[in-house]
Every structure is written in C-alpha cells, then in structure tokens.
Design a protein around this ligand. Structure first.
Ligand SMILES: [Zn+2]
Length: 421
C-alpha cells in the first residue's frame, strides 16, 4: 500500500521543499513558534478567555460569580440564547449550578450578550502546532505532507516533547478564546502522545478527547492501550488490529474514528466496512457511499479548509449532509488555525447549507459523533454548562439574524468569554 505513495521529487522541487522544511524545522527546534514555557501556558489556559469576563445580572437576589470561580458557585448568564439541539433563538437567563445548566428561563432581559453552546471540534491534530505555514503548504501534495515520512512527521520529529506540549497548550488556549470547549485529537506518537495530551488537558478547561492514532505494536495489549485513550484511529490498509480495535471501542464506549476518501477513493470501502462512529474528509465520496453512510449511520467530519489547502478540492458537503450527520473540524494546526468560527464562516459561504445547519455542525453534531451529546453540544437543562458568550458591541452589532452573525461574521475578538464547566 505504501508504494503507491512513493514519489520521486524533481531537483527543483526538492530544493524548495528542503528550504521550507529547514525553515519550519528550525523554527520549531528553536522554540520560536512555541513561545513561552509550559508552566506559563498551563497557568494562562486555566484562566478566562477574557479577563474582564464578569457576569452581570439585573436581579440582585441571584448569586453572581465569574465563570472561572469555584464550580460550586451558582452563576447566572443572560442575553439572547441559542437553545437546544435545534438552536432556537430566544431571550432569557441560564442558571448554572455545580457545573451544570440548572435551569433556563425564557424572558426578556436587559443584556446585549449572545450565548451559544461552546463549539465541539471533532477532528484536530494539534501536535504539529510547533510549526505553522498553511499558505506555503499549498505548494505540497498530500503525499509530500503526510507520507514517507512527509512534512508533518518532519515537523513533529524536529520538536521536543516539551515544545510540543507548550504548542498544544497554546492551541488549547486559542481554542477557548475562539469559543471551543471540546475537541477530538487524532493524537500521533502512541501512548506517550496520549499522555502528553492528558497532561496538557489537565491545565485547561478545554476538554481534549484523545484518539490513539497510528499502528500499535502487534505484541502490545490492544485493549489496555485503548483503555488509556478516549478512542482509536488508524489509517489504511486496515488489518485484524483495526477490527479488534473496533470491538474494543464498542465494549469500552470509546470513539472509533477514521479518515477516508481524502486524496482519492481507494480507502473508502475498507474504512466504511469497519463501521466507524465517524469517518473524516470523504472528499472523493462516490454515489454508493452516500447510501452506506446513511444505512450504517456512519457520521462524517467535513474539513473544508484543510481540503482546500492540501488538495485544492472541497468535500461534497451538501450530499454528505443529506446522507448522514455531518460535523465540522479544523484538522492539522500546521495548516489552519483551530478556529471553529473560521471553519463555520468558510463553510457557510461556500456551501448551500443554512447558518443554523452550520452551527449544528460546529456544536451538537460533533458532540453526537464523539458520543458526548448527552453532556455537551447544546444549551439544555441538565447538560454541562459549556457556553460561548459573544459581545455584540463590535462586529456583531446590528446583526439581523443572531445565528447568521455567529456563523458568518464572528471572530475570536467577539468572544467575550467561553464558560467551560
Ligand atoms: Zn486528520
């Protein structure tokens, strides 16, 4: 299988590629892109996205507290709310207690805030956040980026574990600042990679769902390895290990997710035959695949910005959306900022889907695919209080449709705070 990825570089290509690699590798090794120390990063990720994020209420009988104080404190946030799995817009108050949405009161309030569920990003690779240059990466083919060994591996190899942890912490900090509460990472580097992710996760309120990614030693205890992670991913060609991993994930209620149909359709049949909780990309979905996705209830994570930068192609998003549950993800941090706001705007303007559908793809649909819809992904009583609070005094001033405003205009600057309980 790997032979088909082998490619001979023309001398002029190699020169440019090497210079690019040296620039990125050098930056990663020098820690220029990684920036501050991990202790700084973990301290700051634990704090609020906006230091001024105090919660106000007009009702003095209600206990108020900042979102980042003791989770046992009650908090009330009010404004225009995006409620439930259907993303219904109404004014009202959300009362938070013990980390949960204790009650929602729909009534007129004196607040310009706009409050949506925190985003769920079900497909990232944040290890490669030590070196970022998505625009120049457009000069590379998919094969050059990922295979034998590929730019991505070279970037990861060029950085120390400490540099990678620092870059991951900074990425998670940015995720929170741009409204994301949970992400699923296809975590390279085996169990040490998962341990690194968990270590960084502990210092931030953003939840990292780490999928053990890549081949696992045949002699290893597969169940014990998967037990340490939140799920499993591997790449084609699939063997007996992938089939066993599928069963183990079912038994342990872990996430089993794959990549399919990215540079071509060659791996689609084999990946869908494994009946994953979701697959990703499906840029090269064929007519028969829509039926399989629908019949077997296999979700798809679409990554349109990634597909454009790597393949100069886009996924058949409307067809996929008709067939099954589609969520949005941001993919490799080396290529794109892990911003669901940017992914939503891009998706909304390129495809014929409503802003409400796009918002679902960035919230509840990702929660469903990652088996967490009972806890996150929408604002409902009993769910965890994970909310993105938008300040509407700048870019969101005068928006006619609040959901279209969030999906098509909002930037991280408009996120006043992300409440993550
Ligand atoms: Zn991926």
């Amino acid at each position: 299988m790997r032979e088909r990825f082998e490619r001979v570089y023309a001398p002029e290509e190699l020169g440019g590629r090497r210079r690019f690699l040296q620039a990125l590798g050098g930056a990663a090794a020098a820690g220029i892109l990684a920036g501050c120390s991990s202790s700084d990063a973990s301290t700051s990720t634990a704090g609020p996205a906006s230091p001024s994020g105090s919660t106000t209420t007009t009702d003095e009988s209600v206990t108020t507290a900042t979102a980042d104080s003791d989770a046992a404190d009650a908090t009330v946030v009010e404004g225009t709310l995006v409620l439930g799995e259907e993303m219904d817009v109404t004014e009202g108050r959300i009362r938070i207690e013990d980390g949960q949405i204790e009650s929602i009161t729909e009534e007129g309030v004196d607040s310009d805030r706009l409050i949506a569920p925190a985003f769920v990003n079900p497909h990232t690779h944040i290890t490669d956040a030590t070196a970022k240059d998505g625009e120049r990466a457009r000069n590379f083919s998919w094969f050059e980026l990922f295979i034998d060994p590929g730019l991505k591996s070279e970037i990861n190899d060029a950085a120390t574990r400490e540099q990678k942890r620092t870059a991951m912490a900074q990425t998670m900090q940015f995720m929170r600042a741009s409204g994301t509460g949970t992400f699923v990472d296809f975590k390279e580097e085996g169990i040490p990679g998962i341990e690194d992710l968990n270590m960084v996760d502990e210092g931030t309120a953003v939840d990292a769902v780490g999928l053990l990614t890549g081949a696992i030693d045949e002699d290893a205890d597969l169940e014990a390895e998967i037990e340490k992670a939140d799920g499993y991913n591997t790449y084609a060609p699939y063997g007996e290990q992938a089939e066993r991993a599928r069963e183990i994930c079912d038994d342990l209620d872990k996430v089993f997710a794959l990549h399919s149909g990215e540079p071509d359709a060659d791996d689609i049949d084999a990946s869908l035959a494994l009946n994953p909780d979701y697959t990703s990309h499906m840029v090269h979905a064929r007519e028969q695949d829509y039926e399989t996705l629908s019949n077997d209830d296999i979700g798809v994570v679409a990554l349109p910005r990634s597909n454009l930068v790597i393949l100069d192609e886009l996924p058949p998003l409307e067809r996929l959306h008709e067939a099954t549950t589609v969520a949005l993800g941001t993919d490799n941090v080396m290529l794109n900022a892990a911003s669901m706001l940017r992914e939503m705007e891009f998706t909304s303007k390129l495809f014929d889907v409503t802003p409400t559908e796009v918002l679902k793809m960035a919230t509840i649909n990702g929660a469903r695919l990652s088996k967490r819809a009972d806890r996150i992904g929408s604002i409902e009583e009993g769910k965890r209080a994970r909310l993105t609070v938008f300040d509407t005094s700048m870019e969101l001033k005068n928006v006619v449709d609040p959901i279209a405003g969030i999906v098509r205009r909002a930037t991280a600057r408009d996120v006043e705070r992300t409440i993550l309980r």
